[in-house]
Design a protein around this ligand. Structure first.
Ligand SMILES: O=P(O)(O)OC[C@H]1O[C@H](OP(=O)(O)OP(=O)(O)O)[C@H](O)[C@@H]1O
Ligand code: HPA
Ligand SMILES: [Mg+2]
Length: 184
């Protein structure tokens, strides 16, 4: 990458594009098997989960419906505020439906724990979670994540949907930022 590439701001690559795509295919295979003959609704949490949603849904062999919810707890910083706000609610009524939440990362777990409680009150037939990354050392509230991609160290990461101040989401891999980015 040359000077102008956004990858120049990275300290290291944690998960390569190839590793991400291989994991997506593996998880899609499990989901296809588990939901055979069931109507599945994928619910992605914007904006971070947009890449996982796009790749995972295309890797599935069965029909699925897609819906999106936008919640935010991070703002522009690197720490969860713990206060989750709904920015956009689902279009679909999920009562009696098989719902799979698609997430990019389980960090403190606060976003997902709030979301699971919220969606449960709408009485889906089933509710599970697929997250491409999890930080086991950062989790503050235990969440049962049925489909997990990678357990990663407790470092702030960007790429594959994850941002720092709304940047770096469009990197096709996951990495950590160089210190100069934070001091700018
Ligand atoms: O486990 P937690 O500590 O709650 O963190 C995980 C959540 O935080 C990020 O979203 P954010 O609220 O930053 O919004 P975004 O997806 O638009 O970046 C990320 O996409 C997850 O949804
Ligand atoms: O490590 C992270 N990076 C970017 N956004 C995030 N939201 C939760 N954890 C992270
Ligand atoms: Mg974010």
């Amino acid at each position: 990458m040359d000077e102008k590439d956004l990858g120049n701001d990275l300290a290291k690559v944690l998960i390569t594009e190839e590793e991400l795509q291989a994991k997506i295919r593996e998880l899609a295979g499990q989901i296809d098997t588990d939901y055979a003959n069931k109507d599945l609704l994928l619910v992605a949490v914007l904006k971070g989960a947009v890449m996982v949603m796009a790749d995972l849904s295309r890797a599935l062999q069965s029909h699925v419906s897609l819906d999106f919810m936008a919640v935010s707890s991070y703002g522009s910083g690197t720490k969860s505020s713990g206060v989750v706000r709904i920015l956009k609610d689902l279009d679909a009524d999920i009562s009696g439906r098989h719902v799979l939440i698609v997430e990019d990362i389980v960090d403190s777990g606060l976003t997902l724990s709030w979301l699971i409680d919220n969606l449960r009150t709408r009485q889906p037939a089933s509710l599970e979670v697929c997250a491409i990354m999890r930080k086991p050392e950062a989790v503050k509230t235990e969440i049962d994540v049925k489909y997990i991609g990678f357990d990663i160290p407790n470092e702030f990461v960007v790429g594959y949907g994850l941002d720092y101040s709304e940047k770096y989401r469009n990197l096709p891999f996951v990495g950590t930022l160089a210190p100069h980015v934070y001091s700018n």
